[in-house]
Write a protein that binds this ligand. Structure first.
Ligand code: ZN
Length: 258
């Protein structure tokens, strides 16, 4: 049965005056990344860009300011599909290759992807049950042509770097484990953390090809000590410090690291 055409591709949820979350409700939950928009005085940030199935820029044209930097918390396909639409792309230096040569493991056009069958999708160790998509972005969308398009990295980030919007400053936290160059963005003034996939309120993934459970444990210990007020994560709803510490504790105990 042909998939229906979506009325609109992104759900838009305003968190406060400056922060908005966009999601792709027709994408399988495992791949449904949170796209975070932070309005700044001099420049806006977009933290992760979703699958790239529909244009993020077009969907958010009234939301984005004139100067927008697209940051990648890491370069798994569900987080970087829209980066090619942005002239400024920043990510950790260890992920830069993956963003500029997005033709490796993280496309839907590789050998394991049957373009005529979206009912199952294999991603490394993960096989998704159920439809990868429950709708198409527009009539005539050709799933066989879908792939994550490369983007030019214009700044390679390191731990401790400052990401400045003019009126807000975020510190880059290098949080390896889920992937080698995973980062968080930490705003000490408000206790706000954009965490990517290092921590979210769901089953954490430490078994991708380039994951490292030992590094992961260290990264989580680092977040455990942070005076967080709110975590805006790569997937699932946001949460506060108590939940953060509970999630970290559960993961570390499960892995025998605590
Ligand atoms: Zn990921």
């Amino acid at each position: 049965m042909p998939l229906p055409i979506a009325d609109r591709w992104f759900d838009v949820h305003r968190v406060d005056d400056a922060i908005t979350c966009l999601t792709e409700p027709h994408v399988h939950p495992f791949l449904r990344c949170n796209v975070w928009h932070v309005r700044g005085r001099d420049r806006d940030l977009v933290v992760d860009t979703g699958m790239g199935i529909a244009s993020l820029r077009e969907a958010a044209v009234t939301l984005f300011g004139h100067d927008v930097v697209a940051i990648a918390t890491h370069v798994h396909l569900d987080h970087v599909g829209g980066h090619h639409e942005f002239a400024q792309c920043w990510c950790h230096r260890l992920e830069a290759d993956g963003l500029e040569h997005a033709d490796g493991d993280w496309t839907l056009a590789d050998a394991t992807f049957d373009p005529d069958d979206l009912s199952t999708l294999r991603l490394g160790a993960f096989a998704l049950d159920g439809a990868m998509l429950t709708a198409l972005p527009h009539a005539g969308w050709d799933k066989s042509c879908f792939r994550v398009r490369p983007a030019r990295v214009t700044r390679r980030l390191d731990d401790g770097d400052r990401v400045d919007t003019g009126d807000r400053v975020f510190e880059v936290m290098h949080l390896p484990g889920h992937s080698p160059g995973s980062i968080g963005l930490w705003e000490a003034a408000t206790g706000t953390l954009f965490a990517g996939d290092t921590i979210y309120d769901g089953p954490l993934a430490d078994n991708f090809e380039k994951s490292d459970p030992v590094h992961y444990a260290r990264s989580l210990e680092r977040l455990d000590a942070l005076p967080v007020r709110v975590v805006h994560a790569g997937h699932e709803p946001s949460f506060g410090r108590d939940r953060l510490r509970t999630l970290i504790d559960a993961w570390l105990r499960e892995r025998g690291a605590r």
